[in-house]
Design a protein around this ligand. Structure first.
Ligand SMILES: Cc1ncc(COP(=O)(O)O)c(C=O)c1O
Length: 424
């Protein structure tokens, strides 16, 4: 049978990236005790009051077809949120309610990108971006960001990658996987480039509420001159630890929303009004438990950075935001993929290879901060143990000892290392 070309464009962009995670799950199902640091699924429970509103509204009959743009109460809650954030009056018609950031991103891309258009983005990037761009027939143009500069996108590097076919800059702040958060000054500089080359900005802000230390979140939507060319995609998946609600939105100009509505209605024909009610309630309410969730992420990130400090072979920087830390394994001489595979097999710790997020992630692991501090600290001990073992075997030893490793018939690396350290 014949299938549409899009299925070919998307093949290879799916489960391969998750191979280490899938193998970890398989082993866990067989009873192996694994530490999972691979998936950005919040471990905190969502505030129960949000669940109560969803249930109450569902029972009250909010189960009929909803408005295509989203229910007015949900869009009014969004308008209040964004008016406070931007300091300007943002109208409720500047929003479309959608089931999650991912759907919002897909709809935004379909609204802006034609076959052959180029979409620029910082590399490393979130694992689904290439697929979303390819769905629309667009061409991904990754712009490498330097791990040694905190993975921040430089305007000069972006400008070098712009061509007459460039149409959209897809940015993600705070970033998954890198934890980088764009400063207002960076956004203004990059925004001027987007104005000069007439680029749209799609800004994935699903981690907007999760920033650490002195880091302040800003969005291109906050900059008055950039509002009309910015399409924000976001949700309460991470901010309220409730990804299964699939409650998200687009924030953009009214003109963009008017153009996008036929795209979303073609896909969805509305959504679940009771979930929109729950989202409106969530956005209008302060939940102390979510402050605690954020403090926990920050404490886990600090524990991770501290847990790797003793090693000369692996290191991590404190993320500025988000739910992830990049662990730099370049000094071990292994790729992120090789390190993650061995970490799974030899230490029972499941991470994502940096390469799953583009070439810019090579030589790194992405670690999700979704387990408690004790497990993070234990995972660090195992990461350091593997790093010392592999680097010791390949780089720090005199040549004849490396040859001894290569020719050794011994199975256990521990035994071999002990022998090398103490030949008696
Ligand atoms: C950068 C980024 N964008 C979008 C999503 C999808 O979010 P949602 O649950 O709102 O669809 C994720 C989920 O992990 C993400 O990390």
């Amino acid at each position: 049978m014949r299938f549409a070309k899009v299925t070919e464009r998307l093949s290879g962009l799916g489960s391969e990236k998750w191979a280490v995670h899938i193998e970890g799950k398989k082993r866990a199902a067989l009873g192996e005790p694994m530490i999972f640091l691979s998936i950005g699924e919040p471990d905190a429970k969502p505030p129960t009051a949000i669940l109560d509103v969803a249930e109450k509204q569902m029972r009250a009959g909010r189960t009929r077809y909803s408005e295509g743009r989203g229910e007015a109460n949900a869009r009014r809650a969004l308008a209040r949120l964004y008016s406070v954030q931007t300091g300007r009056a943002i109208h409720e018609n500047q929003f479309i309610y959608l089931p999650g950031t991912q759907t919002a991103l897909y709809a935004a891309m379909m609204t802006l990108v034609d076959v052959g258009d180029e979409v620029l983005m910082a590399d490393p990037y979130y694992a689904t971006y290439e697929g979303v761009i390819a769905s629309a027939g667009g061409i991904t143009v990754p712009v490498r960001v330097d791990p040694d500069h905190g993975f921040h996108l430089k305007a000069a590097d972006l400008e070098k990658a712009i061509t007459p076919k460039s149409r959209v800059l897809l940015m993600n702040t705070p970033s998954n996987p890198t934890g980088a958060v764009f400063t207002r000054a960076e956004i203004e500089k990059i925004g001027r480039l987007c104005e000069k080359h007439d680029l749209w900005i799609i800004s994935d802000e699903v981690y907007a509420t999760l920033t650490y230390g002195n880091t302040v979140f800003s969005s291109p939507f906050d900059v008055p001159e950039l509002e009309k060319r910015t399409v924000v995609v976001s949700s309460i998946s991470k901010s309220h630890a409730i990804p299964g609600f699939r409650a998200g939105w687009i924030a953009a100009s009214e003109e963009f929303c008017d153009r996008c509505i036929p795209v979303t209605e073609t896909m969805l024909f509305g959504s679940q009004a009771f979930l929109e009610d729950a989202m409106a309630f969530a956005l209008d309410t302060h939940f102390p438990e979510l402050d605690e969730m954020k403090r926990n992420y920050e404490a886990r990130a600090r524990a991770l950075v501290a847990g790797l400090k003793a090693s000369k072979k692996v290191s991590a920087r404190m993320p500025e935001g988000g739910m992830f830390v990049m662990v730099d394994v370049r000094k071990t001489g292994l790729s992120g993929e090789a390190f993650a595979t061995r970490l799974l097999e030899e230490e029972k710790v499941v991470t994502m290879p940096g390469e799953s997020f583009g070439a810019g992630g090579s030589g790194h692991l992405r670690v999700a901060l979704t387990v408690d501090e004790a497990q993070i600290t234990e995972a660090c001990r195992r990461i350091v143990s593997l790093a010392e073992r592999v680097s010791f075997a390949t780089s720090d030893l005199p040549a004849e000892k490396v040859r001894a490793i290569a020719s050794s018939q011994m199975d256990s690396r521990h035994d071999l290392l002990n022998k090398l350290l103490d030949p008696e």
